[in-house]
Write a protein that binds this ligand. Structure first.
Ligand code: DC
Length: 251
C-alpha cells in the first residue's frame, strides 16, 4: 500500500537538524510539473512555510480584471505603475495554509478562475509586475524555512536559496494532470485544449525578457513523468536530509 502523502511522515518531520537550520527551498519548473503539490507537502513535512509565487501573479491578474483593465493594452501602457500602486497584495496563513489577500479581501479561492488562468502569463511577463512582486517574495523568505515555488525562484528571486529543485515532466503528462485537476473542479475541458494552453504558457514563460523560466545552474532536476507524488517528494526530501546530515558530519 502506498503511504498517504497528506499524512505527515516522521522520517522528515522529526528531523530537528533541518528545522534548526531553516534553509529556503526553491522549486521551479513549467506548468503542471507538480511544483505546487510537492512544495506544499514538503513544507508540511518539514514544518516550513509554503509560498506559491504563481498565486501572487494570479492575484495581480485578478486585480487588473477587477479594475476592468484591458490586459493587452496594459502590456504597453504608461500607466502600469500607477495602476499597480492602487493594489495591495499580502500573504497570510490560516491553519498553516497560505491565503492571498487582494485589496484587503481573501481571494485565494478565485485564483484558479478560468479568466485569471487565461491572462496570467501575459501579466507575469510585464517587467513592472515582476519588479512589484520581487520585494514581497524576498521578504516572505527573509527568515528562512520557506518552500517557494515558481518559475524564477532559484535563478532570480532567491539565488542564495540553500536548496534548488527544477521539476519537469513531459508535456503529455502535464496536460493530463491539469485536465484531471480542472475536471475535478467541474470545468469541462478536453486534453487537447489543456495541452495547447500549457504549450502556449511554456512559450510565454520561457521567452519573456525578464526572469524567464530557466533552470538555475545549481538546481537539481527531477523528472516527475510516471512518478507518484510520494516518489517525487521522497526524492526531494531525501536530498535535503542527506545534505543537512552530511554537513553535520553524520551519515
Ligand atoms: O504556477 P502557476 O500556474 O500558478 O503560475 C501562473 C503564471 O505565473 C504562469 O504563467 C507563470 C507565472 N509565474 C512566473 O512568471 N513567475 C513565478 N515565479 C511564478 C509564476
Amino acid at each position: 500500500m502506498k503511504s498517504d502523502p497528506e499524512f505527515p511522515q516522521p522520517r522528515y518531520s522529526s528531523c530537528s537538524a533541518i528545522r534548526e537550520r531553516k534553509p529556503n527551498i526553491a522549486i521551479d519548473g513549467p506548468a503542471g510539473a507538480g511544483k505546487t503539490t510537492i512544495a506544499r507537502l514538503a513544507a508540511r513535512r518539514l514544518g516550513f512555510t509554503y509560498i506559491s509565487t504563481g498565486a501572487l501573479y494570479r492575484a495581480i491578474t485578478l486585480g487588473l480584471l477587477k479594475r476592468q483593465v484591458d490586459i493587452t493594452e496594459f502590456e504597453n501602457s504608461s500607466d502600469q505603475e500607477s495602476v499597480l500602486q492602487t493594489m495591495t497584495i499580502s500573504v497570510g496563513y490560516d491553519s498553516g495554509e497560505p491565503r492571498i489577500c487582494l485589496d484587503g479581501e481573501d481571494v485565494t479561492d478565485r485564483l484558479s478562475d478560468a479568466s485569471v488562468t487565461q491572462w496570467v502569463s501575459e501579466v507575469a511577463r510585464i517587467p513592472k509586475v515582476r519588479a512589484c512582486l520581487l520585494d514581497l517574495q524576498r521578504r516572505c523568505a527573509s527568515s528562512g524555512g520557506v518552500v517557494m515555488d515558481g518559475r524564477d525562484i532559484g535563478s532570480f528571486v532567491l539565488p542564495d536559496a540553500e536548496f534548488k529543485f527544477f521539476l519537469t515532466a513531459s508535456v503529455e503528462e502535464r496536460a493530463r494532470r491539469r485536465a484531471l485537476e480542472l475536471q475535478a473542479n467541474g470545468q469541462e475541458v478536453s486534453l487537447e485544449q489543456v495541452r495547447s494552453i500549457i504549450e502556449k504558457r511554456d512559450r510565454i514563460d520561457s521567452t519573456r525578457s525578464v526572469a524567464p523560466l530557466i533552470k538555475a545552474e545549481d538546481a537539481i532536476e527531477i523528472d516527475t513523468t510516471g512518478k507518484s507524488i510520494e516518489e517525487v517528494l521522497d526524492e526531494l526530501l531525501s536530498h535535503v536530509t542527506r545534505s543537512v546530515h552530511a554537513d553535520r558530519g553524520e551519515s
